[in-house]
Write a protein that binds this ligand. Sequence first.
Ligand code: TEU
Length: 546
Amino acid sequence: MSFKDKVVYQIYPKSFQDSDGDGWGDIRGIITRLDYLKELGIDCIWFNPMTVSPQRDNGYDVADYRAIDPRYGTMEDFAELSREAHKRGIDIMFDMVFNHTSIEHEWFKRAIAGETKYKNYYIWRKGKAPGVPPTNWQSKFAGPAWEYAEAFDEWYLHLFDPTQADLNWENPDVRQECADIVNFWRSKGVHGFRFDVVNLISKYTVDEDDPNNFDGRQFYTDGPHVHEYLKELAARSFGQDPDSITVGEMSSTTMDNCISYSGEETGELSMVFTFHHLKVDYKNQMKWELQPFDFKALKKLLSDWQTGMQEGKAWNALFLNNHDQPRALSRFGNDREYRKESAKMLATVIHMMRGTPYVYMGEEIGMTNAGFTDIRQYVDVESTNIFKVLKEQGKSEEEIYHILQERSRDNARTPMQWDDSLNAGFTSGTPWLQVCDRYKEINVKNDLEDPDSIFRYYQKLIQLRKENKVIQEGTFRQLLEDHTSVFAFQRTLGTEDVVVLANFYGNEAEITLDLTGYEMALSNIGRTDSDITVLKPYEAAVLIRR
Ligand code: TEU
């Protein structure tokens, strides 16, 4: 499928729509909301994992890659979802978690039971001494990256939770199993695949200590065989499908690697998620240390990734939100005084750049961070772990809550807010994660009745992309590079030309640009004139010259 004119919508299935009152979102619930998505104008839905899982990491700990978790429904329900989606011109993207499996996966169980074949599916080492792991690496969710297995007096590697054992991709059987799983879902009509942390699958070594006493990322990020493995996976599975659309999640990656991962001719993936631009509010690059976002750095990162990837003939996935990130509106916008303006401004930036835009459920109605004030409200394993770690480090609870309110992944995972009824219309039961307490004000029903609807603005952004090749394929160039509150850029293709202006702050911003000949294509404040000299707070504008 050509993906240059497409827009993807991300559903966190656990939190989208419950149909049977058990407090969990499910497939039948999703089906009832397909018309809503059709109306938005999206082309494809990426679902976070719905396969069988003990849910230690909300489905990213897969125990069976080929079966739908009964809490989400059945394979028949999935077939119906697929039929109903395709009927509406919507494709399906599945999440393939291949860096690790749950330790409840049959492979791991057989490994522990002593079957050599399956033991070789994972990564084992002797400890340095009794009770001392093979290396000092920290897992991404805190604590050591190795877990002791008494059965062998050896340790297995887990870059994430101890229940998520890393697969040994050097083993050709593992690589074939993964290709078979992709083909299994292809046979069920799935054309889209998102590959979870796929740039971590090939390790340089697992035997060296991290000199920084950190997570050892330099030993397994963009590793020695990763491009070879991806080309092989493509050739054995999705690469045989001209309609496939694939995206790799690339943790702490580099431009050069991404040019290969998603290059037009490299035979790897359609596009990449990268995260550099979502660390501009990490103090010293540390997730749990707060600082106001560095706007200069944000502009530079967005712009460098735009130009670098276009020069390399590679393709970006465009996003500010997903299920691992706090809500961008609360983070880079103003979710109180200028909630609608800043939600639309951020969307304008994402949708007008070069790449494929992703909309994370709820951002199209301006959903905000959760605002939880008690650790019992948090479910995410990363959040509950870090709560303990920060406490041990001597931080006050007040400080820790402040950090979690800004950074926890649960901020994005609260149930979708459909209306102002109990639990925001998400469930008639008790939701697995509490609904954000602003749901009476912020919900789909209210937004659709609002003349300033955010949803309607997203519709227009999506239509603009569909109608204008320059937005799909035009060259990106940054404007007003040194401006301290405005991000501005130009897209050009032949004689078509688009200028995008976005004020990231709550003050007016003066600009000097020659805009003669441009017409206003979209404004988030209802502006009609195009000779702009002062942008209003959080104002965004899309101007076109033909
Ligand atoms: O995330 C990988 C990842 O590196 C993150 O963005 C992660 O949330 C962060 O490092 C924690 O600080 C993917 C999935 O998107 C995430 O939900 C899973 O938990 C993770 O992989 C493990 O499968």
